[in-house]
Design a protein around this ligand. Structure first.
Ligand code: KIV
Ligand code: ZN
Length: 559
């Protein structure tokens, strides 16, 4: 970067708080939650939601367990006003849910906002005005005391109209918007001026929301600001301190978590982080981060895919594939070593030896949020033999011997590398079959008869060898030995040795078949695995021997 271009920037100067306490705190309980999906989220959409979409998302938020939902900005448009009225008049708001509405410090807007709430059981009126030096200078062109007057006047206009909302359990909320870029002393002064009007008490608290409207510094700076406010503001016990972070520097989650350590009680944010610019903090992430620490968030994301589907349908936004918890790929391991570790960790968990979740690379159990273990493994060119073996075993019951995994892993890697994309489980199985069980050139088995007389096994086999029929016979101390003897005696192949043989059932039910694996060493030292599947347990191993020989021949031809 040209240094001249950097000259126009200055680092944000945080406050001095050498005895800060928040770094030594830990999170022990969930905050109060408020979803601002229908307001902050909605105002950031290229096409804002219509009433039906807002209602569907509202009902989903209720099902997730949100007890405070900012439903809109009723003075901003007819749709917003009508949505409030619909919720109230049609009884869509459960008794334990409080709707929140946002308003600026302007009398006519406050008037309309109060109108929009008549008949609600519980409501929060959220007053805001911006307080940072840039906003005071550029937007308001007013001094600190003039900006303070805006807030105080707004608070009074609301106070004067509360009698019209008798029957509604009311809470009042004030936000010094752009708090994170405001001098803390001024944020305290303006907030206390609003408190002087609303007169909160420990039993009738007001919400003081301290937004990180735009991230301008590292998250520890925001935590210092929150701790400073919690320590210095008057009548702290009459306040619910609320956080509202945006994600300009991609640290909204960190800022919120550190803000909670610093003493905040409440968190505003949106599902999946939709919101102005880079978005609001994602409440799913904050809640599931608590879940990961064994803390009940009070929110229900046990079917996260369903929540995501509604969110995407209503907002038209997409959850990116790497998005924490909800993204398509977050429970998918591509690297072989990750796949192997996950496979072992899940096996250990399923054996029930552990009571505490500690599966490598899976910080939470995907099942807790309705996602499936099956999503964990896919195969791409970075997948190792462990991942390939896991997929074949978990999806198709093909349990390759360890040595065979070492042979098949690189075959898959080369193949997927050439394709330049990841492959599905079914494609992988096709590849396995092409590589092993469907090999019939130059040797294909036509017919096999075996007898066992006093431990001597005899076999008669009819083969197609390069298209020509040959019948061979041999004997040995087992079926494989008899067949190998027949092949060598009839000089169909050079002498070779069988190094290993394994077999297991693959299908349940009546026509259960078995898969046999045979490992051979040819007389030039080459080692090849073969596999054969058949319902006749005598034929499977013979097919596996031919599969290994066919692979050896193909190797010779390629060599
Ligand atoms: O980001 C913000 O500061 C806001 C306020 C209105 C609370 O959305
Ligand atoms: Zn916001």
């Amino acid at each position: 970067m040209n240094p001249l271009k950097l000259r126009k920037y200055r680092p944000f100067t945080g406050i001095t708080l050498p005895d800060r306490k928040w770094p030594n705190q830990t999170l022990t309980h969930a905050p109060m939650w408020c979803s601002v999906c229908l307001r902050d989220g909605n105002q950031a959409l290229p096409t804002p939601m219509n009433i039906a979409q807002k209602l569907e998302l509202f009902q989903t938020l209720v099902r997730c367990g949100f007890k405070e939902i900012e439903v809109g900005f009723p003075s901003a448009s007819n749709t917003e006003f009508k949505f409030n009225r619909l919720l109230i008049e049609k009884g869509y708001i459960p008794n334990d849910v409080t709707v929140q509405v946002l308003v600026q410090a302007r009398e006519e807007l406050i008037e309309r906002t109060v109108d929009s709430l008549v008949g609600a059981k519980r409501a929060i009126i959220h007053l805001y005005n911006s307080t940072s030096p840039a906003q005071r200078r550029v937007v308001f062109e007013r001094s600190k005391s003039e900006v303070k007057l805006i807030a105080v006047q707004g608070a009074r206009w609301i106070q004067e109209r509360l009698s019209r909302l008798e029957g509604t359990t009311m809470t009042l909320q004030y936000s010094p918007e752009s708090f994170s870029a405001t001098e803390v002393e001024f944020a305290k002064e303006i907030s206390e001026a609003v408190m002087d009007v609303w007169k909160p008490t420990p039993t009738r608290k007001m919400i003081l929301n301290l937004p990180c409207t735009v991230e301008v510094a590292t998250p520890n700076v925001y935590a210092d600001q929150i701790e400073w406010m919690c320590r210095n503001i008057r009548n702290r016990d009459s306040l619910i301190i609320s956080l509202h972070t945006h994600n300009d520097r991609n640290t909204g989650t960190a800022a919120t978590e550190l803000g909670l350590l610093a003493g905040a009680d409440r968190v505003e944010g949106t599902l999946f982080g939709n919101g102005e610019r880079t978005g609001n903090v994602d409440l799913v992430t904050i809640a599931l981060n608590l879940h990961m620490a064994g803390i009940d968030s009070g929110l229900d994301f046990s079917d996260l895919n369903a929540v995501r589907t509604v969110y995407e349908r209503c907002t038209g936004m997409l959850v990116p594939p790497r998005h924490p918890y909800a993204g398509e790929l977050v429970f998918t391991a591509f690297s072989g070593s990750h796949q192997d570790a996950i496979k072992k960790g899940l096996a250990e968990w399923e054996r029930g030896n552990r009571t505490v979740w500690d599966v490598p690379y899976l910080p939470i159990d995907p099942g807790d949020i309705g996602r499936e273990y099956r999503e964990v493994i896919r195969v791409n060119s970075q997948s190792g033999k462990g991942g390939v073996a896991y997929l074949l075993e978990s999806q198709y019951g093909i349990n390759m011997p360890k040595e065979m995994q070492r042979e098949f892993g690189p075959v898959v890697n080369d193949w997927v590398d050439g394709l330049g994309r990841e492959v599905s489980a079914i494609e992988l199985k096709d590849k396995f079959e092409k590589e092993y069980t469907l090999r019939d050139c130059p040797f294909a088995l036509q017919k096999l008869t075996t007898v066992d007389e006093d431990g001597i096994h005899r076999c008669w086999a009819t083969l197609l060898v390069g298209g020509k029929e040959r019948t061979i016979t041999g004997e040995g101390n087992g079926t494989i030995a008899a067949f190998v003897h027949a092949l060598i005696r009839e000089q169909l192949v050079e002498p070779f040795e069988v190094l290993d043989y394994q077999e297991h059932a693959v299908d349940a039910g009546e026509d259960a078949s078995a898969i046999a694996y045979v490992w051979i060493r040819t007389n030039d030292g080459g080692q090849f695995w073969g596999a054969g599947v058949d319902t006749d347990i005598k034929r499977g191993p013979i097919l596996a021997v031919l599969s290994a020989l066919n692979r050896a021949c193909s190797h010779l031809r390629q060599g």
